[in-house]
Each structure stands twice: as C-alpha cells, then as structure tokens.
Design a protein around this ligand. Structure first.
Ligand SMILES: [Zn+2]
Length: 197
C-alpha cells in the first residue's frame, strides 16, 4: 500500500459538477469518471507502468478499464463526501479485496493513503508474502491502524499472498528483477533493501 499525492480539485471537475448538478454517483457519466481516473494517474500516482498504474491498496497493475474510483470514506455512510474530490482515488475492482471488500465499512483507524504514508505502518513478511504491521507492540496505535487497514482491505487474501511469494522468489532468482517484474512497487523496494540487491 502506498501514498497518493493528492492535488487540488481539477477545474474540469468543478465545471462538470456545476453544469450537471449530479445528486448521486450514478449521475456521474462514464466519461467524467474516466477523465478523473486519467487525471489522477497522471498527477497523483508516483508509480506508473505501461498499462497505467497500480492499485494503491493491493499494488496490482490497473488501467483505465479495470479500475474504479474509490471513495475512501464510503459514499453511503458519508454522503457529504460523495462529490468531494479529495475523497477519491483509483483502485482495482477485485471483488474480494481493496475497495470492494471495504464496501460501506469504515473505521477511524483506517490509514488514509492520501493523508498518511502507509509505508510508515506496513511492511512485508518475505517468507509468507503477508503484509504485517511495522510496529510490533500490540498496544500501540500504529499497530492497531495497520491491523484495521489490512483487515478492511483484505490485503492478506491467500491469492495476493501467493502472488507476492512468487514475486519474491522471482526477484531473488534473478539479478534483473527490477526490469522484468514490475508488480508490487513497495514490496520490490523492501526486497531490494532487505537483500541488498
Ligand atoms: Zn487493489
């Protein structure tokens, strides 16, 4: 999970809202959602690849087609944040992880990646492929925030852990991992650091 460098609300989105006066998320057109995603990838996502970017939660590759605008504060629970640009990011549409798994649930301990740097709280266990809290003291708020976030997004779904394990293995078998394997940008950083590659 990585940080999103949120910008000011773009003018085209302000104009769109003024012109169309949308009342619910369904009122936003396919085109404006696509335009927003393009804008966010371009201006707010540090990690890019040939397809587009990565889901800031699970770090799998996403592009304009296989992604969605995720309301960080769920729109049903926080209707006042439905149209608030600062509440948007682009995430994957995997039904069992990330925004889809979070759904309408909300916890104040959730690490909002537009405000805080998730890498401050999370790291990888390179044996199991799991995301774990950096803070090991279970009484500390940093530990609780990590646990709540991992759970809400289901970041240790077995499929994800297996993909990470394969990725780790591939990286360690190849001196050229940076070139050939480009999923999981923060995992890659940790592998390079931990193994001094
Ligand atoms: Zn995801």
């Amino acid at each position: 999970m990585f940080k999103i460098n949120k910008t000011e609300e773009p003018q085209f989105f302000r104009d769109y809202k003024k012109r169309n006066n949308p009342k619910s998320w369904k009122d936003f057109s396919y085109d404006i959602k696509r335009q927003l995603k393009e804008y966010m990838f371009e201006n707010e996502y540090e990690y890019k690849n040939e397809e587009g970017s990565y889901c800031p939660y699970c770090e799998l590759k996403i592009n304009l087609e296989n992604s969605q605008i995720e309301h960080i504060y769920p729109k049903d629970k926080f209707p006042e944040k439905l149209m608030e640009y600062s509440n948007y990011l682009v995430a994957c549409i995997n039904p069992v992880t990330c925004g889809q798994n979070k759904g309408n649930r909300w916890e104040n301990y959730f690490i909002n990646p537009t405000i805080e740097d998730p890498e401050k709280y999370l790291e990888y266990d390179l044996m199991s492929g799991k995301i774990i809290p950096k803070e090991k003291d279970t009484q500390k708020i940093e530990y609780k925030k990590a646990i709540v976030t991992i759970e809400l997004l289901n970041l240790n779904h077995p499929r994800l852990c297996n993909m990470r394990k394969n990725f780790i293995r591939e990286c360690l078998c190849s001196f050229d991992c940076v070139k050939y394997y480009d999923n999981f940008p923060t995992l890659k950083t940790q592998i390079i650091t931990d193994y001094n590659l």
